[in-house]
Write a protein of this length. Structure first.
Length: 409
């Protein structure tokens, strides 16, 4: 691949949802603004109206198009057909850079990018785990299989992108020290997101009105919505009448809805479909992020930038966001600790708002979308230069070998 000002970049991810898709969308827009041609390959079975609207807004920035096809989470026989379709699609797009996100997207771009060498194409192959497979236990059977596969796939990788130091360290501990280039680059926010959001007092009572707390995210155990619901029940048990909105969707949504009803919180928790984060922030006085596992969650960054009082757990890259406040983060899965912290939030809302304002000023430079995009492009260019140097060395070695052969009598 010769050096060129404009790159053809194709991002591949299985599920176009949550923080992983926010990262891809922001990166794709910045790359398009920089003059690159960008495309997206993702699953057609995941997401709903909210995700469809996000992709529609992103599409004008993608000169190489949006390509959706079935890409199931678990490995199935249908993966063979899906992989062939993805391969033919990537071959037709002729990318300079293939950037895979998440375990399945990463596996696809590295295998397909390598196979394209048989057809004269040599796209750079980048992989960003975004947590994903790194959450598995390396001692378990599934973990051993996954991390063995990651180790093999690294041999087909031109660059690893990690969104937090925590993610990098987990990769090293579970897969091994990388033999390829690695870059740590934090998720970034746009300047417009660094503006305070205050509770909208006119928020309709028919939709629950403004409430004390907000949970927003995927409704899965790893995100801890059950811990949040049980903490509200603990407050109720102590005579504290706190209420909340829960915004999000997921395969276990009805399980959490039933849990709230079983704990007598039917009137204190209002469930909502996914919506933009800042719209949801206006529905509550404080946000709670009770995750059991994270990498570098956008929702924490967005809430801090909006000057929202926030309670979060000490998991993944969250301590890297809070920096000198990291000691105040909560242990994951601890209902009583969360309930006590929520009680303190309720007791002194003015103090919480003051602390939130100072916190927002502290992340503005470190977590910038321009910094994120620029750092990733430098990683692309470094890999591009290495590929040129390697091909030159190979060519020189071959020329030397032929010359020596010609010198023989």
């Amino acid at each position: 691949m010769t050096h060129r000002a404009t790159l053809r970049i194709v991002h591949c991810v299985r599920a176009p949802i949550g923080g992983i898709f926010r990262h891809i969308a922001d990166l794709a827009v910045e790359q398009s603004k920089a003059g690159h041609d960008v495309g997206l390959i993702c699953d057609s079975l995941t997401g709903g109206e909210f995700e469809d609207a996000l992709i529609a807004r992103l599409s004008p920035h993608l000169s190489l198009g949006v390509h959706r096809l079935p890409m199931r989470r678990e490995i199935r026989l249908s993966d063979v057909s899906a992989a062939l379709t993805v391969f033919n699609l990537i071959r037709a797009l002729r990318p300079d850079v293939l950037h895979g996100h998440g375990s399945k997207g990463g596996a696809y771009v590295r295998m397909m990018g390598t196979a394209l060498r048989l057809f004269g194409q040599r796209p750079l192959r980048f992989y960003c785990p975004h947590g994903g497979s790194l959450h598995y236990d390396p001692a378990g059977l599934k973990g051993r299989i996954i991390f063995s596969a990651e180790h093999l796939l690294e041999k087909l990788t031109d660059g690893l992108i990690f969104v937090s130091l925590y993610e990098r360290d987990q990769y090293r501990a579970k897969v091994g020290a990388p033999k390829t280039a690695e870059t740590v680059v934090y998720n970034g926010l746009k300047p417009s997101e660094f503006a305070p959001v205050t509770p909208a007092q006119e928020y309709p009572e028919s939709l629950g009105g403004v409430r004390d707390f907000l949970f927003i995210g995927m409704l899965r155990d790893i995100k801890g919505p059950d811990v949040f619901i049980r903490a509200l029940a603990e407050l109720k048990r102590h005579g504290i009448a706190a209420d909340a909105h829960v915004v999000g969707d997921g395969p276990e949504r009805e399980v959490y809805h039933a849990l709230a009803e079983d704990l007598g919180l039917g009137d204190r928790i209002r469930f909502h479909a996914p919506m933009p984060a800042r719209q949801a922030f206006a529905m509550a006085r404080s946000i709670v992020v009770p995750s059991r596992g994270e990498s570098m969650p956008y929702i924490v960054l967005e809430a801090i930038a909006a000057e929202m009082p926030i309670l979060a757990t000490s998991v993944g890259g969250i301590p890297e966001i809070f920096s000198n406040e990291a000691d105040n983060l909560l242990p994951p899965g601890d209902v009583e600790a969360l309930a006590f912290a929520m009680q303190r939030q309720l007791a002194d809302p003015d103090l919480q708002r003051s602390q939130a304002k100072a916190r927002a000023a502290g992340i503005a430079q470190k977590f910038s979308v321009a910094t994120m995009s620029g750092t990733i492009e430098r990683a692309y260019r470094a890999a591009e230069a290495k590929q040129r140097a390697d091909r030159y060395d190979q060519s020189a070695a071959e020329t030397s070998r032929l010359a020596k052969n010609n010198e023989r009598p």
